[in-house]
Design a protein around this ligand. Structure first.
Ligand SMILES: Cc1ncc(COP(=O)(O)O)c(C=O)c1O
Length: 432
């Protein structure tokens, strides 16, 4: 008898958390690591949000509460999502979760039977792909194209839809590419979905970066396209918008109250409810008039950093980077750099069992970390299926300008350090 159930071997992970111990080990040995691997804003949550949480705890608002989310927060979410998507959403279609993440797995559990196909963006947030085999569904990666600025064409989507398609995951602005679809592109996707999918096929639209958009854009949701509200799960949360990743407040707007009740029941089964004092903090974040200018200022800071980092990355020999329209990541193509360092050849020479767990961009990631003390994320961390031959890195710009400048110097240096790379490969450790 085995200790672990078989399904345990089918779930993936989020490498942004996995790389933490490597960084901690280097720091414990006295190295200063430049961390451009982080998926959280380097700001503090607004003071009025923190004050409200403290006030609620002092008032003893620390007991069990509505598993669907407290009504005051669901009302605030319903009003805000209705206003920003031009919809009319009632609070009983809202379900609150501990962060934006849980609804990804819950959606797959609630809607998908074994054998159902799930279309998801690749590169994309790793938890989309991670869960699919765990629920016995079939992963169908939708490869975002660099030449389309990391969006995709309606034809690409149409080619992946079959009679078994049950769920289509979208994420704009995107992690890890910062890609943003225009309203016209969203409309074209909506047209394909309505033409090719039955009414029971769901779109999971992950809009967690909705408040971090650049170049004067306004966030657009596929749920706002005619006919799409009844098919779309709008997922968002306060982690990124309010630099409040530890508050663990996320939510989804479901197409119907019955579907919201199904999510509520999973909440009951997994964790009963989310701390009510944090939920009141979330309500304050959404309702306080100071929040909109606060988010706009954060977004402008990210936009300035994007401009600086983009220009410098594109000046590095062997790298080229598209201009992200939102979120706080850059996703340069490093094919030239991998070639110069000999990473493609080194990867080809690895033993099969190591090659299966790494890639040329992973080798560069680990080399940059161990030899140049720079933490970034590799392409494989954002969906491994069909990622062979794709050489990219994700750099987070959730760091101040001095840190970003130093990170760019290190990446440039690592990209020229052919000899150091050969030593790294010869040592045969930390290759994935
Ligand atoms: C696209 C995307 N969706 C969901 C999440 C999860 O957010 P949370 O920390 O609120 O669970 C993240 C976090 O990095 C993300 O990038």
């Amino acid at each position: 008898m085995n200790l672990y159930a078989e399904r345990n071997a089918t779930i993936g992970t989020e490498n942004a958390f996995k790389i933490g111990p490597h960084i901690a080990g280097l720091e414990a040995r006295g190295h200063t690591v430049i961390k451009l691997n982080l998926g959280e804003p380097d700001f503090s949550a607004p003071q009025w949000v923190k004050a409200e949480v403290i006030r609620q705890i002092a008032a003893d608002n620390s007991h069990y509460c509505d598993p669907q989310g407290i009504l005051s927060l669901r009302r605030a979410i319903a009003r805000q999502v209705s206003a920003t998507r031009d919809l009319d959403i009632s609070p009983d279609r809202v379900c609150v979760f501990p962060g934006g993440k849980p609804s990804i797995g819950f959606t797959q559990q609630i809607y998908c039977n074994p054998g159902d196909e799930i279309i998801y963006p690749s590169p994309g947030f790793p938890i989309y792909e991670s869960f699919i085999r765990y629920v016995d569904a079939v992963p169908v990666p939708l490869h975002l194209r660099e030449e389309e600025n990391f969006t995709f064409t309606p034809e690409q989507l149409a080619a992946l839809i079959t009679a078994r398609t049950k769920l289509i995951i979208l994420n704009f602005p995107s992690n890890p590419t910062g890609g943003v679809a225009t309203p016209d592109q969203l409309q074209a996707m909506a047209d394909v979905i309505q033409a090719r999918c039955g009414p029971e096929v769901r779109v999971y639209s992950d809009e967690i970066y909705e408040n971090i958009v650049f170049d004067g854009r306004a966030h657009a949701s596929i749920a706002s396209m005619p006919g799409m509200e009844s098919r779309t799960i709008i997922s968002s949360g306060l982690s990124k918008s309010f630099a409040w990743t530890g508050g663990r407040i996320g939510y989804a707007v479901l197409p119907s109250t019955e579907e919201a009740a199904a999510f509520k029941n999973l909440n009951i089964n997994y964790f009963s409810c989310i701390p009510p004092y944090n939920q009141e903090g979330g309500r304050e974040a959404i309702e306080n008039p100071l929040s909109a200018p606060w988010m706009a200022a954060m977004s402008q800071t990210f936009e300035k950093r994007r401009d600086m980092v983009l220009a410098q990355l594109n000046a590095i020999d062997g790298m080229s980077c598209q201009k992200p329209g939102g979120a706080f990541y850059l996703f340069p193509n490093i094919a030239g750099l991998c070639e110069r360092l000999g990473a493609l050849e080194a990867y080809g020479n690895l033993p099969d069992e190591i090659r299966a767990q790494t890639s040329p961009s992973t080798l560069f990631q680990m080399f940059a970390l161990y030899h140049h003390h720079l933490a970034v994320m590799d392409r494989r961390s954002f969906g491994a299926i069909g990622a062979e031959g794709l050489h990219y890195l994700r750099l987070s710009i959730a760091a101040d300008l001095d840190t970003l400048e130093e990170g760019l110097r290190r990446i440039e240096r690592a990209g020229r350090d052919i000899e150091g790379f050969q030593r790294f490969v010869a040592a045969g450790v930390n290759q994935f």
